[in-house]
Design a binder for this molecule. Structure first.
Ligand SMILES: NC(=O)c1ccc[n+]([C@@H]2O[C@H](COP(=O)([O-])OP(=O)(O)OC[C@H]3O[C@@H](n4cnc5c(N)ncnc54)[C@H](O)[C@@H]3O)[C@@H](O)[C@H]2O)c1
Length: 425
């Protein structure tokens, strides 16, 4: 019987998990970020995943002191697993999390990792680190588990409880305990993977599959552009076949789809296999910001609109719609790529904390009032809030004869004034 759960890392993944567990268990949430802990105690989740009233009503307690985790017998770790500047997996935060919880672990406890990693990482990296710090024996005194997170931030239709959760454990006994704990909070049920490696591989495969399919759509969009047809119309037509997969072109940013495949490819390379399809998909997706910038500049140059006073505006700076998250946003790459052509775009995003944007990327956001009279409007991220008024806004946003770049192909081009140049992926 699990008595007390500690959730380590309270970001997009950890906080919803902790809140859900707190409905059924005694739960303590731990994060190294003091500011995050203070804000959560006040009911403020800056990721926007948990509503204020839900957070304030939750019996979940928060701490930035690892000693407060003493007595917990079930640990869930959800810290970031990014890549470095050369796209090599960076396990340092995961290792640090193990070093934090090791000293407070007691015999009989279970540690479940939710962070995305390559197959083998939980047992080859986390287990030994926990052993070293705790002085306990992995597989004997404590057991490991892995349960990948599948939430989609900003997506209200697929909350944690409604997505089947893959669970895995080091042996039959730990698997059953872990499955039992997650079954208490996951209405959709759990899938018991046959091993931790299988569960780890399943997660990276899910995101790698998305990445490659988006890469295919991005390649197709370049071809459609050359042919002179709209990709979205091709996709609508092709989508009438029962087994056509629904993917759309776009910038692939964030900390999952554009990152996780590198965990898989680095493990493959370590084992002597050099993945081709996965890495070529990554190259295509990583090159899309430059492609968009070059098409904007080409169009401006052809129409005689490229000069020192050309105003290019980017609407939406996050890595995807309806989230405030700007980490690894490829729209930032687009901003920089335009800069390499001598254009300093104006950027606006109603969902983004402008201080954070300036701090992270040195980009000063403009308010909606100052975001108008553009030669080029790049609708990069169609947040719900943006789209609610887009048709009233467009006449003020873009000058007559200007260009509208609709990266997600969400606008009906027939509704635009006829003097505007429309371009989409
Ligand atoms: N965000 C997603 O959509 C998503 C979906 C599925 C899986 N994942 C995976 O889940 C993991 C976490 O991602 P996230 O988006 O929640 O990250 P995040 O950056 O939103 O949150 C991570 C939190 O962990 C904290 N932290 C860092 N090091 C710590 C430590 N040593 N001890 C305690 N806390 C620590 C940070 O302060 C932060 O609050 C990653 O591996 C990610 O790939 C993310």
């Amino acid at each position: 019987m699990v008595k007390r759960i500690a959730v380590c890392g309270l970001g997009y993944v950890g906080l919803p998990v902790a809140v859900a567990f707190a409905r059924r268990f005694d739960v303590i949430g731990f994060d190294v970020d003091k500011r995050r802990i203070e804000r959560l105690k006040e009911g403020d989740d800056w990721t926007g995943e948990i509503e204020r009233d839900v957070l304030l009503a939750s019996p979940l307690t928060f701490t930035d002191s690892v000693q407060a985790l003493e007595g917990c017998d079930f640990f869930v770790v959800a810290v970031p697993t990014p890549v470095d500047e050369r796209n090599n997996p960076d396990f340092s935060l995961l290792v640090r999390a193990c070093q934090s919880i090791g000293p407070v672990m007691r015999a009989g406890c279970i540690v479940v990792f939710e962070s995305t990693v390559h197959p083998g990482a939980t047992e080859e990296i986390c287990g030994p680190e926990l052993e070293k710090v705790s002085g306990l024996r992995c597989g004997i005194d404590f057991k490991l588990g892995y349960s990948p997170e599948r939430i989609n931030p900003g997506d209200r239709e697929h909350p944690l409880e409604k997505i089947v959760k893959i669970v895995s454990g080091q042996d039959e006994e730990s698997l059953e305990i872990i499955a039992g704990v997650y079954e208490k909070i996951i209405d959709a049920g759990v899938h018991r993977a046959s091993s931790i490696k299988v569960a780890e591989a399943a997660k990276v495969l899910e995101n790698t599959q998305r990445d490659i399919n988006i890469a295919l759509m991005n390649e197709m969009s370049k071809i459609c552009d050359l042919v002179g047809i709209r990709t979205s119309e091709v996709l609508t037509a092709a989508g009438t076949k029962w087994n056509f997969l629904k993917f759309t072109p776009g910038l692939v940013g964030g900390h999952c789809i554009g990152v996780d495949p590198y965990y898989l490819t680095s493990k493959a390379q370590e084992l002597g296999y050099h993945p081709e399809v996965i890495l070529s998909g990554r190259r295509i997706n990583d090159g899309m910001a430059n492609h968009v910038a070059s098409r904007v500049v080409q169009t401006l140059a052809r129409n005689g609109g490229l000069n020192a006073s050309t105003r290019v505006g980017i609407l939406g700076m996050t890595f995807k719609e309806n989230v405030p998250d700007i980490r690894n946003s490829k729209v930032v790459d687009l901003y920089k790529a335009l800069g390499s052509y001598g254009i300093t775009p104006v950027a606006c995003d109603p969902m983004v904390d402008s201080d954070q944007m300036e701090h992270e990327y040195g980009i000063k956001l403009v308010e909606r009032d100052g975001f108008r009279d553009l030669d080029v409007l790049i609708l990069a991220v169609p947040h719900r809030e943006t789209m609610d008024t887009i048709w009233e806004d467009i006449p003020h946003l873009v000058k007559r004869g200007g260009m509208v770049c609709d990266l997600k192909s969400v606008l009906d081009s027939k509704r635009l004034q006829s003097d505007l140049v429309y371009w989409t992926l």
